[in-house]
Design a protein around this ligand. Sequence first.
Ligand code: HEC
Ligand code: HEC
Length: 217
Amino acid sequence: MQVKKAVLISFIVSVMAVAANAEDYTNAEIYTKMCSKCHGLSAEGNPEKKGPALNDQTAHELEISLYDLKSGGLNQSSGTEHEIMEHNMKKIIEKGMNYEPKSMSEYIFFKFNPNAKYYKKVSESKYTVSEIYGKMCSKCHGIDAEGNPKKKGPALNKMTAHEIESELLEIQRGSVTQSSGTDHEVMEHNQEKIEDKGMRYSPDEMAKYIETNFYKK
Ligand code: HEC
Ligand code: HEC
């Protein structure tokens, strides 16, 4: 289900990317001119306009919402939970401020979400997620993510990409802040050692890699 949805979304997003190529405004300009009024200058939300905070969502979550909002706005569908935004979206597009859901969600995420720093560091990595999984993670989580009881590594092949991503984010955050008392103490320690070896990875990419290659219903 999750996989199907992702495939569908990436297909539709690529279609919409074509539709959006007439844009004269950058995402930053569109955000400041249009979105910030209701969602806040730092995407912290604006209760007066009922605009929810967007700085606590992943790029992936934003992309899914934006895709829904845009297609709803164009199709005049109603009765979804996004009626207000669908209406706004239509007006925004009419002003010539069309944008592509994927690049807008990345803009918002990297600019405003405090967790984005765990994703940014990834450009320093010399390894692909597949190499990192094979070299490091497979030892404790199994070659096919089936788990390895000897190392106490739980199976990861029954989790969706979304679930893995949120756990990994928590683990990466924990290893940076040296917080303890979470249920991920072992992994936080491993994460530190993995990063010391220069094997940084993005929670998002790693989660997708594991789901795509190993997920079993
Ligand atoms: C006139 C005010 C207004 C403007 C302008 C506006 N929004 Fe919104 N937005 C809202 C409100 C209210 C909601 C919550 C209700 C809904 O989804 O319809 C929302 C919801 C959203 C959501 C879904 C959040 C969630 O948690 O589901 C996203 C993503 C979003 N807006 C992005 C944007 C972007 C990007 C822009 C600029 C291109 C923008 N908005 C412009 C008022 C606004
Ligand atoms: C030395 C063994 C070891 C290595 C190497 C290791 N892990 Fe883990 N991992 C564990 C153990 C043990 C747990 C369960 C306890 C915990 O979360 O601290 C865990 C937990 C996890 C969880 C949370 C699962 C859940 O159900 O909440 C994820 C996700 C995860 N690891 C991913 C990875 C990834 C990705 C890598 C490689 C970059 C990796 N692990 C490398 C031992 C390891």
